[in-house]
Design a protein around this ligand. Structure first.
Ligand SMILES: Nc1ncnc2c1ncn2[C@@H]1O[C@H](COP(=O)(O)OP(=O)(O)OP(=O)(O)O)[C@@H](O)[C@H]1O
Length: 294
């Protein structure tokens, strides 16, 4: 099946600064893909290229095999900070959406979703909570019945409960409609539960991309006696190493065959993997940019 999003050597620059460079990736149809990376990594730029708001300076981006602007009716997009017309009520925004999307607009779906969440139809959205506004923006995007839904940090301003509700709504909606989702976020722990693909951007480049279960399966944390730079059986790459006087802790990508039994193996979380690759790419930003200990 045609990938939902495919980029080849994609690049975008502002003046002399590249916001995105050499970006080659594929999001298979039907996936929920997380786009993660520190501030300024290029996440918004990639999403804007995929929805045709920006034009590439290098390479190309294809959505279902075509130029993004030619498939706009199939793309739902929620920009950062869920910018809605704040004086309008949710009900009015649903009506307005119907006028703007004449080809396909499922007003009933949006109304049912908002009713289920207890969001008042007659209150200006500017007076709703951040979580409620995010749900309104998601309901409007889903009413378009998009084949591809692009969400730029939709859960950043939400409390943990609202985040969970939002992600559950999203997963439920996607399962029903086979929509592909690309969602940018800094909140790794929330993504591990709900996303099945991962794209890590840093300093305008893709550091890591793939299916979450494969990434978790192919990486391990190893602890053992202090290591030098010698190769370890069963390890393809040491992504990140930290040492005490006697012990080493390594995050590794597994190679062929079993890992040297001298090392104790531990399973990794998505957060472990992402932070290791960010630190590997640039120790100056890495963990500090995520506000977690290295
Ligand atoms: N309109 C613009 N003019 C000039 N530079 C820009 C513009 N938009 C983005 N940039 C630069 O491009 C780079 C990538 O920005 P982008 O907004 O894509 O990052 P991001 O990963 O979405 O960041 P954040 O997590 O802070 O939203 C940054 O260095 C940013 O300063």
């Amino acid at each position: 099946m045609e990938p939902a999003v495919e980029t080849r050597a994609l690049g975008k620059r502002y003046g002399r600064t590249w916001a995105l460079r050499d970006c080659a990736l594929e999001v298979p149809a039907g996936r929920i893909a997380a786009l993660v990376g520190p501030n300024g990594a290029g996440k918004t730029t990639l999403l804007h290229l995929a929805v045709g708001l920006l034009k590439p300076d290098e390479g190309e981006v294809r959505v279902f095999g075509r130029e993004p602007r030619s498939v706009l009716p199939d793309i739902g997009f929620v920009a950062q900070d869920t910018p809605l017309y704040r004086d309008f009520t949710a009900a009015e925004l649903i009506t307005m959406g119907g006028k703007l999307n004449r080809r396909r607009w499922d007003a009933a779906l949006a109304r049912e979703r908002l009713a289920m969440l207890g969001i008042p139809p007659d209150k200006p959205v500017g007076k709703l909570s951040g979580g409620q506004r995010a749900q309104v923006a998601l309901a409007l995007a889903l009413a378009k019945r998009p084949r591809l839904l692009l969400l730029d940090e939709p859960i950043a301003s939400l409390d943990p409960l609202a985040r969970r509700e939002f992600m559950q709504t999203l997963m439920g909606a996607v399962a029903e409609s086979e929509t592909t989702v690309v969602l940018s976020s800094h909140l790794l722990a929330d993504l591990e539960r709900s996303c099945d693909s991962l794209i890590v951007l840093q300093q305008s480049r893709v550091q890591l991309a793939g299916a979450v279960d494969e990434l978790l399966e192919s990486h391990r944390t190893l602890t053992g006696p202090r290591a030098g730079s010698e190769a370890i059986a069963g390890v393809a790459k040491v992504v990140r190493a930290s040492h005490t006087e006697r012990q080493s802790t390594l995050l590794v990508r597994r190679g062929d065959g079993p890992i040297d039994p001298l090392w104790t193996e531990h399973e990794v979380t998505l957060e472990d993997v992402v932070l290791a690759y960010l630190a590997d790419a640039d120790t100056r930003v890495g963990a500090a940019a995520w506000g977690v200990p290295a």
